[in-house]
Write a protein that binds this ligand. Structure first.
Ligand code: E4P
Length: 212
């Protein structure tokens, strides 16, 4: 499973650069970075070899396409994030014809994912955490989408988004999701284990006692 970092913080991206396969951003993450939108996106696109999702903020098909074409000029690894709306789907269809890669975001149902894949989306992003917050089962949605894509051999890849815990990442991998996009604070928790730290401390203590 590929791991993307879900952030617009360049320092966090640099910290995990060797471990990640791509980056996803959204308007909220860019706002939190307190940087200029175009500049921060261009810095990330330059730093990361893999796909970098940059989100459109228009509501009409035409404006989304206009934004997408501009973003696509920023680098070969740009993926344009398009919201899961009727206008968004029409934009995805056009962009797919033009060879622009898309990530259909704000996916909360299997039918939405099906329509996005039929429109030619490169990626779909089901928001598991936000579904869990509502008392639903986000990972169940991921399982359904993976089944549907397999049934019809869609090339669209599933990005498990809105990840809230290491459990979400493990569940995504067990289901065979293509990608999980992980916030930096969860990334840290993926490799940290108290027993690893304890074991390491003991090895270092014992190493001190070895004659060298
Ligand atoms: C990534 O593509 C999504 O925009 C992000 O994972 C949403 O996460 P949130 O629900 O924690 O805001």
């Amino acid at each position: 499973m590929k791991i993307f970092l879900d952030t617009a913080e360049l320092d966090e991206i640099k910290k995990y650069i060797e471990l990640i396969d791509g980056v996803t951003t959204n308007p909220t993450l860019v706002m939190k970075s307190e940087r200029n939108f175009e500049q921060v996106c261009k810095d990330i696109i330059k730093k990361v070899k893999g796909p970098v999702s940059v989100e459109t903020v228009s509501e009409s098909e035409e404006m989304m396409i206009k934004e997408a074409i501009e973003f696509a000029k920023w680098g070969k690894n740009v993926v344009v994030k398009i919201p899961m709306t009727h206008e968004g789907l029409k934009a995805v269809k056009e962009l797919s014809k033009k060879g622009v890669k898309t990530n259909v975001t704000l996916v909360f149902s299997a039918n939405q994912a099906l329509l996005a894949a039929k429109a030619g989306a490169t990626y779909v992003s089901p928001f598991v955490g936000r579904l869990d917050d509502q008392g639903m089962d986000g990972m169940q949605l991921v399982a359904e989408i993976l089944d549907i894509f397999e049934n019809y051999e869609f090339p669209t890849e599933v990005i498990v988004a809105s990840v809230r815990s290491p459990e979400h990442v493990k569940a995504a991998a067990l289901l065979g999701a293509h990608i999980a996009t992980v916030p930096p604070q969860i990334m840290e928790k993926l490799f940290k284990h108290s027993r690893t730290d304890e074991g390491m401390r003991k090895f270092m203590e014992d190493w001190e006692k070895v004659s060298k």
